[in-house]
Design a protein around this ligand. Structure first.
Ligand code: ADP
Ligand code: MG
Length: 678
């Protein structure tokens, strides 16, 4: 038996190397592994006869390997393996690419369960690169884990199985019996067993419900406690100052909505309790301007402002705009990100501590303990849904002389109130429901891939007029494991630069590039040296180049609607008419058609919610709740309410979680707050 805190290497088959791979997934202990939940399950309980395998979704097939062909080299770096299988009635041809080792583990005359998407014509069925398992009548649901290279679901499942068998302390449930009974929740032990290896569908549903409830409960307890703590703190105290100096920095005048939002904030800044406000506005509605006004006000009151953005590109861009802007007002702006040299970081930190920098723009590098402010009065986070709750709290705790900074959170995603509470804590809301004048809606078209050449012609026309364009691809680079038929940025950029736009400067931007390279490319795109930028979704948030007027999105079906809308928001920022071309085989997809019809982000979000359901829409990725491992499975909004009211009940009777029955709860909440901030 081993405690949950035991190092993962305790498990059989987990040596130093595999432990390192687990480390990449944030898994260090047996307990971590048990909380690494499957992202999906393969249903082996109803295998299909080959002849009846559906074409529209993956399915399981039980079949015997009847023949294997030798490796066929198709071209350099690509070899094909063919395996013929039979279920006694029909045959099926299975192909694998570059999978020598995988194929060698398939033995002739043996029966396997294959899982994949069938294709073919008439009665014939084929399958490419299916998963397979040795036949096992007890196999009903097999877990599929989010993977990292070198760790397959099979390996993880075997390790989890052993962890479940050997871990001690699983019987101790952090949720008190009364709470479990009141909310009809199964035990933690049952939940963990069934989330990995469900005995049937009902058990899986119960397991999920229990685990989601638990996560929501911790989150709500943490938020509830943080709120009580912050209400006791005195706020950074500001008083009204003239704003004319700020407004004169701009060539344009504010929209009414911007004016209202700024007034909301400035009023809050002059109150005794710290502001906690969410600024919600569609892409391009001018949220940054509101943030800048707040930062100006804070600086005029002698306070520092920290502005945190989710990506390096975005942070750097804000830094550039703001340092130019505030220079004319005599306000100093600094930049901090993980990619700076140690010396540069040290210097920035010294300047911050000495109060020489009044506004610091940066990434989550701002959250490090070593970042100390002289007098922090305002914390702004842009596109906050990328940050976790506790990350934001980590920054707000950096009070100077016992004062609590005001907090402004900016988001382009409209979120129902309950979820907003969950994500941001209890907060006030300002909405930018008005676009700056003269904005023309982006015209969006959906085309199928054969029309791509014509679309390139269209892009060329706009480049010829001196404008710029983006091409967005779902992948960085083609690799062994990339799904078929997906465009990759690296290859696309090469192709376009050599074949299609050889007379224009084509640039590339993706997440695997070094920060300095990314900055250089963004700068070159901004100053027009690069005319056509091929990128992955790294440009999704916030990037602002008004001269860019055309965006083409490859494999548009791969993106969520709200994500497409965010991407599309990169064009239509200047005076020229702008276009977004979605390329997809699914030209009759209701989702893709919906986004062509509206430019209104709130509409898009509603539609997304309607088509995908809350589980996907409020997925982990979108809100970046680091602790919410199961948030992506959040199908049930009433569960959110239940967990919230359970948390409030607990805090009402035991505000500091001091009762012995809440021991375990308290530990979990504290753990969540410390680990998630990293
Ligand atoms: P958001 O962050 O809400 O997506 P931004 O703050 O980046 O939007 O603003 C988008 C663009 O609109 C920027 O180029 C900005 O300078 C410009 N802008 C902001 N407010 C106004 C306004 N009142 N009138 C004209 N242009 C504006
Ligand atoms: Mg923005």
């Amino acid at each position: 038996m081993a405690a949950l805190s035991t190092n993962i290497q305790y498990l059989k088959g987990v040596g130093e190397k595999r432990a390192q791979l687990y480390g990449k997934l944030g898994i260090f202990t047996i307990g971590d592994l048990l909380e690494y939940y499957p992202r999906d399950y393969i249903d082996f309980s109803h295998p299909f006869p080959i002849a009846h395998a559906p074409f529209d979704r993956p399915c399981a097939i039980r079949a015997k390997v009847s023949a294997k062909s030798p490796e066929q080299r198709i071209r350099r770096g690509l070899s094909l393996f063919k395996v013929l299988v039979t279920d006694g009635q029909s045959d099926m041809l299975i192909t694998f690419f570059n999978a020598k080792y995988t194929v060698s583990s398939l033995k002739e005359e043996q029966v396997y369960l294959f899982y994949g998407k069938a294709a073919g014509k008439f009665g014939r069925r084929e399958m490419a690169s299916p998963l397979f398992f040795p036949d096992d009548p007890n196999l009903s649901f097999s877990p599929v884990y989010p993977l990292t290279e070198g760790l397959s679901s099979k390996i993880i499942a075997a390790n989890v199985r052993q962890a479940l068998d050997t871990a001690e302390g699983l019987d101790c449930d952090p949720l008190p019996d009364t709470l479990r009974e009141a909310n009809d929740l199964c035990s933690r032990k049952d939940a963990l067993g069934n989330i990995h290896f469900p005995v049937d569908e009902r058990a899986l549903v119960r397991a999920r419900r229990r685990l989601i409830f638990e996560e929501l409960l911790y989150l709500n307890l943490a938020l509830g406690q943080a709120k009580r703590a912050s209400q006791k703190e005195p706020a950074a105290l500001m008083k009204p100052v003239p704003m004319q100096g700020f407004y004169s920095l701009f060539p344009f005048s504010l929209t009414g909505a911007q004016q209202r939002a700024i007034n909301d904030c400035l009023t809050d800044f002059c109150r005794a309790a710290p502001m906690n406000r969410l600024l919600q506005g569609d892409v391009g509605s001018g949220k940054t301007m509101v943030a800048a006004a707040c930062a100006y006000f804070s600086a005029q009151n002698g306070y520092q402002t920290a502005m945190m953005a989710p990506t390096e590109i975005l942070a750097f861009q804000h830094y550039q705009t703001w340092s130019r802007l505030f220079q004319n007002a005599g306000i100093s702006v600094g930049f901090l990100s993980g990619s700076l040299t140690a010396a540069a970081k040290r210097q920035i930190k010294e300047q911050l501590a000495a109060g020489e920098i009044q506004i610091i723009v940066g990434t989550h590098a701002l959250l490090q303990d070593s970042v100390l402010f002289q007098r922090l009065g305002l914390v702004i986070t842009d596109e906050q849904h990328r940050f976790g709750v506790s990350q934001r709290m980590a920054l707000t705790q950096k009070t100077p002389d016992g004062q609590f900074p005001h907090v402004l959170v900016m988001s382009a995603t409209p979120i129902p109130r309950t979820l907003a509470f969950m994500i941001y804590g209890d907060l006030d809301l300002s909405i930018l429901d008005e676009m700056p004048k003269g904005r023309r809606p982006v015209k969006t078209y959906l085309i199928d891939p054969p029309k791509r050449a014509r679309a390139y012609g269209f892009i060329r026309k706009h480049l010829d007029m001196g404008e710029q364009a983006y091409i967005v691809c779902p992948l960085v680079e083609q690799g062994e494991n990339s799904p078929e038929g997906l465009e990759a940025a690296v290859e696309e950029a090469r192709y376009l630069a050599e074949r299609v736009f050889s007379d224009y400067a084509v640039g590339i931007l993706h997440g695997r590039m070094k920060s300095a390279e990314k900055e250089q490319v963004m700068a070159d795109f901004q100053n027009g040296k690069i005319r056509l930028l091929v990128a992955t979704t790294v440009i999704e948030v916030g990037v602002d180049v008004p001269n860019a007027t055309v965006m083409m999105i490859q494999n548009a079906e791969r993106f969520g609607l709200s994500q497409l809308h965010q991407l599309r928001g990169r064009v239509g920022r200047g005076r020229c008419e702008s276009f977004c071309i979605l390329v997809s085989r699914q030209t009759d997809s209701p989702r893709l058609r919906a986004i062509c019809k509206t430019n209104d982000g709130f509409r898009v979000a509603e539609e997304d919610l309607r088509l995908r359901g809350p589980g996907d829409f409020f997925g982990l990725r979108q809100h970046g709740l680091p602790t919410m491992k199961l948030a992506g499975l959040l199908e049930d909004m009433t569960l959110v309410e239940q967990a919230r009211s359970a948390a409030m009940n607990i805090l009402r009777s035991d505000p500091a979680l001091q009762l012995s029955e809440h021991n375990e709860l308290k530990k979990r909440v504290e753990q969540m707050l410390t680990t998630a901030g990293a």
